[in-house]
Design a protein around this ligand. Sequence first.
Ligand code: COA
Length: 260
Amino acid sequence: MTDPLHVERRGGAAILTIDREARRNALSRDTLLALGRAGRELSADPAVRVIVVTGRGDKAFCAGADLKERQGSTDDDVRAQISLYRTELGPLDRSPKPVVAAINGVAFGGGLELALVCDLRVAAAHAELALPETGLGIIPGAGGTQRLPRVVGEARAKEMILLGRRLSAEEALRWGLVNHVVAEGADLLAETLAYVAPIADGAPVAQAAALAAIDAALEVPLDRGLELERLHYDATLRSADRREALSAFAEKRRPRFTGA
Ligand code: COA
């Protein structure tokens, strides 16, 4: 059986490509397990500064759950699969490294939910984004009902989920669902890597602290969030990179961050 996920390093970037073009990069059980493995390994690797998730080909980033694999599944099989979304996408969701979706085509259902797990989303101009589950008699089961309203607000999330509305890349940009759209004909992966290049200039400890603090902002009351911000700030205070940044400023040079 071929590996459903291709992992490639380019400098400090780790690129995860779902490699199931014939099924429009749908999320089979093996694909989820491979995403979980890669998420765990890469998150713990100090050489990795950013993780990019994309799909093979230009048709689909990911067409969601593998509906062929699901045929013949019992209710309990589907329940087990839904649990896998939580356990296997969790490492990317909680990664201390910035995780970026390079959306190379349709992101439907679990495909959009995978993109929502990422911290940033870059889309090809022809990409389309939708959560069509209610038309299939189910609801989004990989976090879509929770993460989509946090990104686009309640009304727009309900519009997408109840009407099965497909957004173009430009509409998604206007809604804040994607951060950046790459022009027709441009190389999406190269442009995505260029878009996230400033991450390599930042301090890893500070970036991890910022991600954790921002993620907390969506979950806790403001007072608790401000307390968490103080705790995450404290982690940066203790870092060697903070002192290096001060020295570099005084010496009028670029800082050399080590992640310590
Ligand atoms: N699971 C398994 N196989 C899928 C799939 C999925 N989610 N989506 C597409 N495929 C398969 C098709 O069955 C087809 O296989 P075949 O060649 O053996 O017939 C192949 O991928 C190509 O699909 P096709 O529809 O011909 O390609 P397309 O590029 O014209 O359209 C999509 C791609 C993704 C827009 C379309 O296939 C689609 O809408 N798929 C369903 C997506 C969905 O509803 N996902 C939500 C699940 S909750």
